[in-house]
Design a protein around this ligand. Sequence first.
Ligand code: PMV
Ligand code: MG
Length: 358
Amino acid sequence: MVTVKAPGKLYIAGEYAVLEQNCPAILVAVNEFVRVSISKSKSTSGLIYSKQYSQDSIHWVRKGNKMVIDNRDNPFEYILSAIKFTEQYCLEQGIDLSVYDLHVNSDLDSADGKKYGLGSSAAVTVATVKAILQYYNVDASNDLIYKLSAISHYTVQGNGSAGDIAASVYGGWLAYQTFDKNWLTNELKHQSLSTILNEAWPGLKIHLLTPPTGMELLIGWSQKPASTSQLVDKTNAKKESIKHQYEDFLEKSRQCVLKMIEGFSSSNIDLIKQQIRVNRTILKKFASLNHIAIEIPKLTKLIDIAEKFNGAAKTSGAGNGDCGIVIADSSTDISELKNLWRKNGILPLNFKVHSLTH
Ligand code: PMV
Ligand code: MG
């Protein structure tokens, strides 16, 4: 039997803009995991099982007389896509495929099934890719695991930056820029999977960052789950009609994240904190332009409390619920901050940054 794990992630800065090329974001991997185990089946049929992901509802829309199911929030779709592409790669490597049982176990969903928004679809994709490769004894670099996972995930979700995949594969703190999605779509039509996996992907940049000593990351959960794919659908639908403001948003976000990256390379916590606040303002403007709620009142509360204690805070990811993050230093009374969060219905999540040991 093989068992592998992949961590969840949080966005620190650069959300939404990172969907476009040449717009960096900063992410961090956290020590909450999706684990996938595979063992050879004892019969001619295999089993795919997940306790947390037993589905009891689906989203759908009507398109004429057709009921179209929205499967993007269904983790099983990601598991099946990861199996399909990874097995295709193994086949191209001349490997004989077999029948197995695959078990998935996720920390990324709370006991009552609510998602913290730590990117469980990305982590389950990465963990499945890694487990299948290991099961078939295929050595793979992080670069290959990232690319296989990004293809598997993108084929289901269609609209993500795959930054969450990068965080789950590489761990730690990272600066990320997405690849050219039109290029990938075209390659998938015309090239073998092995060829695509060995190519340099235009636009893609992944760099590990070293956090300054003394910098603390705090995470608060709004207790409201949010759907990233539905929010991104809305902003994608709007971007042509607000072209000018959209480009202004991309440029401002790019400058902000680049300065934040400079804060990491020069170990300047104040510069990082300053840019967290700038990014919050940029995202608030973007939300009002798109008529979407990113910073819901519960997240504003979370941020206001953190700011009272001299922490720099913002929403994390697509917003509308899920988590907020705080960058703090020794000037922040962390335990008092967390107490006030709890009093206001915000749950502090005591996760640590997950860095890979190899
Ligand atoms: O809500 P999250 O943590 O899944 O983050 C979404 C971040 C976006 O930039 C809005 C989308 C993406 O795929 O990058
Ligand atoms: Mg989210």
